[in-house]
Ligand binder design. Structure first.
Ligand code: NAD
Length: 334
């Protein structure tokens, strides 16, 4: 048996969980993946994959049995359109998933528990300007988090702190800033801005127009999936137990992001701005000073490189979907 800790990744059927499992297996860890669904685009690399609904205590106890370290990624979430329309559902599902997961980890004597929080914990009052001031970890208070999803994440950050202080569980809290890359949702309403823009550009003709949510002036920073999983792993191995941003310093306007995707596609794309659509905060970027101090590392994949890879994966998926289904022959019993 491996000398390394036995690992559980929840949300293993999702975007980041799926990539994280590949990374951990590649580093020689034995990994159990748990989700309510299988990964969408390729089989899991996990040694064991359990289909479980982690809103239930019994499922969480099964998932964490015999596990030393938990990477808790499971969440009911999506892009800005989804989180602004499903606040009750998000608060209900994610509160249950999170408190049941950490309690089960404690009862089953796991040593470490890493919770995946979000830039959505930061207060709206610091994000009203497109010239976004980089958000430091301590800026989360006085709290005015994104309504629903952000408050739920902020609450779970506190739960992690209390489990650490009162039960001695080694908790880790990472705040992601817009993670993107291949194998993430790109349609159906749960996709985030880079994937949605890539899909729209892939479907557009050269010289055609795409709809862009908002006026295009809103700003964001993005972090490529390869850097994300490396950062998560480094944090789990580190002794730092406060919340830690994981993102890139550079921020761009959504309009610039569209131009970047169009460049990767080799297409001329016109933008039709729709200010009636949800667009989230006006400007948001990450201060990564503490990330560099604590992990002695920072993300290195450029936005251009990440977008190039993401665009070409989404384009290939869109092309596959556009192909006609094979004809059923007359001899077929179906
Ligand atoms: P994702 O939606 O691709 O993955 C989440 C997974 O959780 C899904 O596969 C889903 O089926 C699973 N899940 C939902 N409800 C469940 C349940 N009841 N039981 C078991 N599994 C359940 O999202 P992701 O982008 O991979 O995000 C992973 C984590 O990182 C989430 O906690 C998310 O809130 C957080 N996060 C992500 C980003 C980002 O940019 N992707 C930003 C901030 C925070």
């Amino acid at each position: 048996m491996s000398e390394k800790p036995r690992v559980l990744v929840t949300g293993a059927g999702g975007f980041i969980g799926h990539h994280l499992i590949k990374y951990l297996v590649g580093r020689g860890y034995w990994v159990r993946g748990v989700d309510i669904k299988e990964p969408d685009y390729e089989p899991t690399a996990a040694h064991e994959f359990q289909l479980l609904d982690l809103r239930y205590e019994t499922s969480c106890l099964r998932a964490t049995k015999g596990i030393d370290e938990v990477y808790a990624l499971a969440a009911n979430m999506g892009g800005v359109g989804f989180i602004e329309r499903n606040r009750a559902l998000i608060c209900h599902d994610n509160s249950l998933i999170n408190v049941n997961s950490i309690e089960a980890a404690r009862l089953n004597r796991a040593a470490r528990f890493l919770f995946t929080s979000s830039a959505c914990v930061y207060p709206a009052y610091l994000q009203t300007n497109t010239e976004a001031t980089p958000l430091k970890e301590e800026d989360a208070y006085p709290a005015d988090a994104e309504d629903g999803y952000g408050w739920e994440k902020l609450f779970m950050e506190r739960v992690c702190r209390h489990y650490h202080e009162e039960y001695g569980l080694e908790t880790r809290v990472v705040r992601f800033h817009n993670i993107f890359g291949p194998l993430g949702a790109f349609e159906g309403g749960r996709e985030k801005s880079p994937a949605a823009i890539c899909r729209k550009v892939a479907l557009a003709t050269d010289g055609g127009a795409i709809e862009v949510w908002g006026d295009g002036e809103q700003t964001r920073s993005y972090c490529y999936i390869k850097d994300c999983v490396e950062g998560i792993y480094r944090l789990m191995r580190n002794s730092y137990c406060g919340p830690l941003n994981l993102g890139q310093d550079r921020f761009v306007k959504i309009s610039e992001l569209v131009d970047m995707v169009a460049h990767s596609a080799g297409k001329r794309i016109l933008k039709r701005f729709d200010v009636t659509k949800p667009q989230g905060v006006r400007g948001r970027t990450s201060d990564n000073t503490r990330l560099r101090q604590v992990l002695n590392w920072s993300p290195s994949v450029s936005l251009e490189e990440g977008i190039e890879k993401t665009y070409h994966w989404i384009e290939s998926e869109v092309t596959k979907q556009a192909q006609p289904a094979p004809k059923v022959s007359a001899a077929s019993p179906f």
